[in-house]
Design a protein around this ligand. Structure first.
Ligand SMILES: Cc1ncc(COP(=O)(O)O)c(C=O)c1O
Length: 350
């Protein structure tokens, strides 16, 4: 039985650890709030689970097209933005091609690239753990088919600046697809940060991906979307697994869009909590980079595994990256004091 060797060597995406039922799960950048009031009811009311969902996702795509001022053909939806990233990679790259992205960044990128048959080219983050956009542009070769820019960057936190991103877009050849992964865009407060929405229609090779998983709190229902030129999106749609987004997902996403003011309040609370946590960690002596998503980065270096265990002993699940650092998602208010107790002890022990 022969397998593709690169796939046989690939491990399935590994999910963040879970704490005890009384602990805090801060390992997957999830939203700590339950569904917005009325969302589950609205979703359940629509569902006929004996039928396939609408494969063309007409209602949600129409709504998103309206919201972003684009044509229906310029927005597609997928089973989370993960699915759309993979579809876009498959549409543009194959064996012998290269996909370029910053590293460290979203852990799923390397696997998505391998699945296409292409290879990954990693461009190191700067010392401030930010994207090095000039270096990313310089890494583009004849073989490059896609460049991915993750803003804010998971797991380190900084967003790329609008100016640097536009200079980057001018430097990248127009036949190379640029994917701006904005899974955490709703949490961005840096006024200088890029906002993909403002760039819609500006570049023939730019696609932005966003998700209902993070700010909208629908991670469990798997709904994401991409906005960009119709021809690129049609190709990405062609690589999709049919019916990957369910009617429950469509209905919950639509109902959540109807409740945007309440959503904005929740996002604002998470942002306040994030900034307070980052500020206090800095006061403890940690060099925490700019945090523009719903998470902060604790640079624990060679002590990372032991530090993650210390958090786990306090019933807090975090996401460690061995020898680099720990990503802590912004969760419940009550988690903050407990995080700070552990981080203070860790800092004293350094
Ligand atoms: C940077 C980034 N992009 C995309 C995703 C995919 O999220 P989803 O598939 O839930 O939309 C994540 C999830 O953690 C992420 O961190």
């Amino acid at each position: 039985m022969r397998l593709r060797p690169e796939i046989a060597a690939l491990t399935a995406y590994s999910q963040g650890r879970s704490p005890s039922p009384d602990g805090f799960k801060l390992s997957s950048n999830e939203n700590p709030y339950p569904a917005l009031p009325g969302v589950l009811e609205a979703a359940a009311a629509h569902v006929e689970i004996n039928r396939y969902p609408d494969g063309a996702a007409v209602a949600l795509r129409t709504r998103l097209a309206d919201r972003y001022g684009v044509e229906f053909s310029e927005v597609i939806v997928g089973a989370g933005s993960s699915s759309l990233l993979q579809q876009l990679f498959l549409a543009a790259a194959g064996r012998g091609d290269e996909i370029v992205y910053a590293w460290r960044s979203f852990e799923a990128y390397p696997g998505f690239v391998t699945i296409t048959g292409a290879t990954s080219a990693h461009v190191p983050l700067t010392d401030a753990l930010e994207h090095d956009l000039p270096a990313l542009a310089a890494a583009v070769t004849e073989r490059t088919r896609v460049v991915v820019v993750c803003s804010p960057n998971n797991p380190t936190g900084p967003a790329v600046s609008a100016d640097a991103f536009e200079a980057f877009m001018r430097a990248v050849p127009a036949e190379v697809l640029v994917v701006l992964d904005e899974a955490y865009q709703e949490f961005v407060t840096d006024p200088l940060a890029v906002d993909g929405e403002k760039l819609i229609g500006e570049y023939p090779n730019l696609v932005i991906t966003r998700t209902f998983s993070k700010a909208y709190g629908l991670a469990g229902l798997r709904v994401g979307y991409a906005i960009g030129p119709a021809r690129l999106l049609a190709a990405a749609r062609a690589t999709a697994i049919p019916f990957a987004v369910t009617e429950l997902g469509f209905a919950a996403a639509l109902a959540s869009l109807d409740r945007k003011p309440l959503l904005d309040e929740r996002v604002a609370e998470i942002v306040v909590r994030r900034d307070r946590l980052r500020g206090e960690l800095i006061e403890q002596g940690w060099a925490v980079p700019s945090a523009q998503g719903n998470f902060v980065w604790l640079p624990t270096g060679e002590h990372t595994t032991a530090a993650a265990d210390a958090f786990f002993d306090a019933d807090i699940a975090v996401r460690p990256f061995a020898d680099e650092g720990i990503r802590i998602s912004i969760g419940e208010e009550e988690s903050i004091e407990r995080i700070l107790e552990v981080s203070a002890t860790l800092h004293r022990q350094r």
